[in-house]
Design a protein around this ligand. Structure first.
Ligand code: CA
Length: 234
């Protein structure tokens, strides 16, 4: 399972730097540009760690932190402006695990992310480097690059295979279009989302019992796609 970081930040320059830096570390990045979006994305993508700017539009970082803490122990790192020590104290009081002060070095931030992840209670999820992923009738052998559906081999082009592998490695979790494009086509790919949607359509044609009514790869409107691990059998 790749680490998914939810970045709640409204300053574009920080967003760009953070996104680039975290992706270099092999992490998935979901961006929320205000507090409300942060809460929505928190539910949708189930991040492993949250970088939470204190000063956010719509809902403040403090309130976002409180609301998330009411339902989850996900590690939260507060991002505060230099010198606002009071904010830092409040952030820790409402349940943040750590904080960084702007401006920060990427190396320091990733070290802190890894530290809070080490301390976090591990959720029972799929092993990161497993060779076989089996969900429903679909069995993906990532070592041999083979797909079998109901025990019959199905040929897949490389990108479709990588896309399916990414989705199946993150079952029941929304993968945003940006996250998917980054992982499958690379962070410097200037792909429009149409490329992705076409690949999803082709993939559905091969793995779904009824491609017009998908039960494995579902669309999450306005966000992206999710691989359902409890697929409803027709
Ligand atoms: Ca801000």
């Amino acid at each position: 399972m790749q680490t998914t970081v939810l970045v709640a930040e409204d300053e574009e320059s920080f967003i760009d730097a953070l996104t680039l830096g975290l992706k270099k570390e092999g992490m998935n990045v979901a961006i929320a540009r205000d507090g409300k979006e942060a809460l929505d994305l928190f539910e949708a993508v189930a991040p492993d760690v949250i970088l939470l700017d204190l000063m956010l539009p719509k809902i403040s970082g403090i309130d976002v932190c409180k609301q998330i803490r009411a339902v989850s122990q996900v590690p939260i790192i507060m991002v505060t402006a230099r010198g606002s020590e009071l904010d830092t104290v409040v952030g820790l009081e409402v349940g943040a695990d750590d904080y960084v002060t702007k401006p920060f070095r990427m190396r320091e931030l990733t070290a802190r992310i890894r530290a809070v992840l080490r301390r976090a209670p591990t959720t029972p999820t799929v092993e990161a480097s497993q060779d076989m992923i089996e969900i429903g009738e679909i069995c993906l052998d990532t070592a041999r690059h083979e797909l079998r559906i109901s025990d019959s081999p199905v040929a897949l082009p490389l990108k479709e295979f990588e896309l399916l592998e990414l989705l199946m490695s993150n079952p029941n979790r929304v993968m945003t279009r940006d996250m998917i494009i980054d992982r499958v086509w690379g962070p410097y790919h200037t792909s429009d989302t149409k490329t992705l949607d076409v690949h999803i359509k082709r993939l559905r044609g091969k793995i779904e019992p009824d491609p017009t009514n998908p039960t494995y790869i579902t669309t999450v409107r306005g966000l992206g796609y999710r691989f359902e691990s409890k697929s409803k059998k027709p």
